[in-house]
Design a protein around this ligand. Sequence first.
Ligand SMILES: *[C@@H]1O[C@H](CO)[C@@H](O)[C@H](O)[C@H]1NC(C)=O
Ligand SMILES: *[C@@H]1O[C@H](CO)[C@@H](O)[C@H](O)[C@H]1NC(C)=O
Ligand SMILES: *[C@@H]1O[C@H](CO)[C@@H](O)[C@H](O)[C@H]1NC(C)=O
Length: 415
Amino acid sequence: MAVHSLFRVVAAIVVLLVAIHPDRAASASGRGGFGLKSVDQGDLAVTGLCSCATILHAGYKCQEHHVVTDDGYIISISRFPEGRNGQGAGGNKQPVLLQHGLLVDGMTWMLNSANESLAFILADNGYDVWIANTRGTRFSRRHLSLDPDNKKFWDWTWDDLVTHELSATVDYVFKQTGQKVHYVGHSLGTLTALAAFSEGNQVDKVKSAALLSPIAYVSHITTALGNLAAKAFVGEITDLLGIAEFNPVGVPVAIFLKALCANPGVDCYDLITEMTGPNCCLNTSTVDLFLKNEPQSTATKNLVHLAQSIRFGKLAKFDYGSVKSNMEHYGKATPPIYNMSNIPKNLPLFLSYGGKDKLSDTKDVQILLDSLRFHDVDKLDIQFVKEFAHADFIMGVTANNVVYNQMMAFFRNHQ
Ligand SMILES: *[C@@H]1O[C@H](CO)[C@@H](O)[C@H](O)[C@H]1NC(C)=O
Ligand SMILES: *[C@@H]1O[C@H](CO)[C@@H](O)[C@H](O)[C@H]1NC(C)=O
Ligand SMILES: *[C@@H]1O[C@H](CO)[C@@H](O)[C@H](O)[C@H]1NC(C)=O
C-alpha cells in the first residue's frame, strides 16, 4: 500500500509539474531534488548530507569529506565516526563504505528510525561509517572545471563510476583510516563494485563486500515499463530529449514518462512497484521522507548504458554504436566485457537478494552466482529473502533483523 501511494505521488508530481507549473518544473531541473525547496543547490553542496542527517537523527556526529576523482568530479562523502551520543568514540575502528544505487543518494541509508537504518546500526555497533554520494546527485554536483549546466558534466556512464569514482572513494577511506574497508552496495552500487573487482581493481583495499539486490546481468528484467524504457533508451535519446542530465523531476523526463505510460500494459499509477517489485515492508512515513529527499539526477548516457545491458543480455562497457567509434575507444569493434568469473576467488562476498525484486531478478542473480561457482566456499555468503523487493533492502522496517544482522556477522567472520 505504501508503495502504491509512493508511485501515485511520484506520478502526481510529474503530472503537476508538467501540466500546471511548466516553468517551475524547468527551474527544478537544475536542482536535482525536491522537498528541500528553501535551500538552493549551492548551499546543499556545501552543507551536504550531514545537515540533513543530523536534523533527522540527533545524537550522531557527522563529518563532511570531499574527494576529487581523477576525472575532476568533487564527490561528497559523509562520515559517522561513532555511535549515538558518542558511544564507542575513539579507537581504531573498522571502516565501512556505503554506496547507494541509481536515482537516489546517500540519504537512502538513513530514512528509517536509527535502529532500523543501516548507517546508524553500523555506527552503533562500533563501525566507522562512510557514505558516498554519486556524481550528479544533490551533494555531488561540483567539478574542477565543469558546471552541471554544461553537457560535458553529464558525459559518463557506470563505466566511469567503476574507473574513476569507486576507485577514488575506496582509496580515500582506505588512506584516511589506514585500513581496508568493508564495502556495502545496493543496486547500481553492487554493479560498479563487481565490475571493478572483476578487473582486479580495489581488491587490495577492500576487506569484504556486502551486495544488496545485486545487479550484474539484467537480461531478465521483465516488467513492461523496464522493457519499454530499455528499448527507448537507444543511443539517440540524448539528442531526442535534448538533455544530458536525466532529472526525474524535470520537464523532458516527465514528457518521456508520459509517452511510456501511454503504452498498454504499463500502469504508471503504480510506477514504483512496476519498476522495483512489490516491496513488503516499507513504512508510510519512510516513503514520505523518501519523497522529500529523492529522486536524484543521473546522466542520460548512464541510462543508455544500462539499457544496452538489458537489450544485449551481456555485461560490457558502453557501446558507442559503431565499429569505428568502438575502435577509437577500445581498439576493438565491440566493447570489452566484464567477466564476473575473474573476481578474485578469495574476496569475501555477502550477497542478499529478494524473491520479489524486479530489478535484481532471481534468474539474473542465478547467472551471477553461476559465474561465481568456483569462488572459495568459505568466502561466499548467499542470502535469499523470499518476501523482499528492491527497496526493502535499504528501507524495509525488517531489514535490520533479516539482513543487517547477518551482514554484520559476515563482517565479523572476515575481519
Ligand atoms: C534502539 O536501540 C537501542 C539499543 O538497542 C535501545 O536502547 C532503544 O530503546 C531502541 N530505540 C527504539 C526506538 O526502538
Ligand atoms: C513507522 O514510522 C512511524 C513514524 O516514524 C513510527 O512511529 C512507527 O513505529 C514505524 N513503524 C515501524 C513498523 O517501524
Ligand atoms: C570468463 O572467464 C572465465 C575464467 O577466467 C572463462 O572460462 C570464460 O570463458 C570467460 N567468459 C567469457 C565470456 O569470456
